[in-house]
Design a binder for this molecule. Structure first.
Ligand SMILES: C[S@@+](CC[C@H](N)C(=O)[O-])C[C@H]1O[C@@H](n2cnc3c(N)ncnc32)[C@H](O)[C@@H]1O
Length: 442
């Protein structure tokens, strides 16, 4: 009657009237019942299973891989499984320094360095590509000082299930959450346009309001953005959608907006003629929610404010590397995400921002001390820093900063990388991407 599962942690325990977990050869009664002590390789939970077949999932963490060892370490010690997402599941968001193209390199480096851990802190999350990529391997803590990045983090990383949307009063909403999401997106896509903040200031209609004809969006897309964004706000204020639904829909809008923006790279300027992409009609796209066994947390804080609150196993640092302030270059995404009718000015209609919103990593004068302070304040087992050969700091300067913080000399990986380029015609688009890795102080 002895049955063996594959897991090395499984043992057979005979049981009758007296039941003692962990006693192998206790056979006091007449009837022999096979019970199995199972230990989950993922979360360490142990339980007694009475069935003939191996349990399908761990009753605690629900992992179907409960009996598959991740490494030689014991089940109670969480280790990285390197279960990263295929790139097809990472939305390609146009952002300076987006690490979409180097995700596989990053995971290879992590593997090569034998980095183990449970928590991954993405301090400068941007498009949330890195956080999403690792969300199946780690409990991710993501952060960025920009609000639109926070929206992306919430939808692309924090969400482990589809938002509910069942309170929306559409007739015949499906009982299946994923199908409900499709219906809500279809509804919003068909909504009549309205003339709101985006239409009034960022389409050629701005000529009447501001005396400047801004060409970020066609008029029809400007109206669509306003109607969709204001409907999301109204639903949220009325309690028809919760936080999850709210962030999911705004993230879907941000992804859609990028596809029809009449820009060559950033929102620091608009094209003087209409790019074919800007002539397309805005259409909200379905975002696949990636389920993971971990709980993730998104933050919208200055990195220096959040560092003392976080302890982690891996801290991934991907700060701005040049002088282009993100708040200035992505002002319009910030405004659509916040939809807060900001004071705007100038040819591009840039939203007002304070010195506090400027990043210390975007100035040659301050970047060295900022990096020094950041590295010294981290409470982490491992530090991974991304930078590149066109950055304000040279790799030698970065090496020196690491050593001055007491972290020691990091390992440096270098590989060629295609530059984020706002000019399609530039041929000078090869730069070196750097990844510095070293042990932290935790
Ligand atoms: C190079 S990008 C990060 C790109 C990101 N890894 C990705 O793959 O999309 C740098 C990010 O740092 C953010 N940032 C700059 N200074 C910051 C600060 N002091 N605190 C938090 N975030 C900051 C910017 O808003 C920007 O999103």
């Amino acid at each position: 009657m002895k049955r063996e599962f594959e897991s090395k942690h499984l043992m057979v325990i005979y049981h009758s009237n007296i039941f003692k977990v962990g006693t192998h050869d206790l056979l006091l009664g007449k009837e022999q019942i096979n019970v199995f002590e199972c230990i989950c390789e993922r979360c360490g939970h142990d339980w007694i299973a009475r069935r003939e077949e191996a349990p399908i999932v761990c009753p605690k963490c629900k992992s179907p891989y409960w009996d598959k060892p991740i490494s030689n370490n014991s089940a109670n010690q969480a280790v990285l499984s390197y279960n990263t997402l295929p790139l097809s599941k990472i939305p390609q968001f146009r952002l300076i320094g987006n690490k979409y193209r180097v995700l596989n390199n990053l995971s290879n480096i992590i593997r090569r360095e034998n980095i183990e851990g449970l928590t991954f802190f993405d301090v400068f999350s941007g498009s949330a590509a890195v956080s999403r990529y690792f969300k199946k391997s780690f409990a991710v803590i993501s952060n960025d000082s920009l609000y639109f990045s926070y929206v992306l983090q919430k939808a692309l990383v924090e969400l482990n299930e589809y938002p509910d949307f069942s309170k929306l009063n559409f007739g015949n909403l499906s009982l299946i959450p994923e199908e409900r999401v499709h219906s809500v997106l279809e509804y919003l896509n068909m909504a009549d346009g309205v003339e709101g903040f985006v239409y009034n200031h960022y389409t050629p209609a701005s000529k009447n309001r501001d005396g400047i004809e801004r060409m970020y969006f066609s008029e029809v897309n400007g109206r669509k953005i306003d109607s969709i964004r204001s409907m999301i706000e109204e639903w949220f204020k009325c309690g028809n959608i919760d936080d999850n639904g709210y962030f999911y829909l705004i993230a879907s809008l941000l992804l859609a907006v990028q596809k029809i923006s009449n820009i060559s790279g950033t929102y620091g300027a608009y094209n003087k003629t209409w790019d074919p992409r800007a002539k397309k009609l805005l259409s909200l796209k379905f975002i696949e929610v990636i389920h993971s066994e971990f709980r993730h947390q998104a933050f919208n804080e200055d990195s220096f404010e959040i560092l003392n609150k976080i302890e982690c196993d891996v801290a991934y640092i991907d700060p701005p590397y040049n002088e282009r302030q993100y708040i200035a270059n992505y002002h319009l995404l910030e405004t659509i995400a916040k939809y807060d009718d900001p004071i705007i000015s100038g040819k591009t209609g840039i939203r007002n921002y304070t010195n506090r919103e400027k990043s210390l990593f975007c100035s040659k004068r301050t970047v060295g001390s900022a990096l020094m302070k950041l590295l010294s304040s981290l409470r982490t087992k491992y530090v991974i820093l991304s930078y590149n050969s066109e950055g304000l700091l040279s790799k030698e300067e970065i090496m020196e900063i690491f050593e001055r913080t007491g972290l020691g000399k990091p390992n440096l990986y270098e590989f060629p990388y295609r530059r984020f380029n706002s000019n399609h015609n530039s041929h000078n688009n090869r730069i070196e991407e750097y990844v510095f890795v070293c042990k932290g102080t935790k």
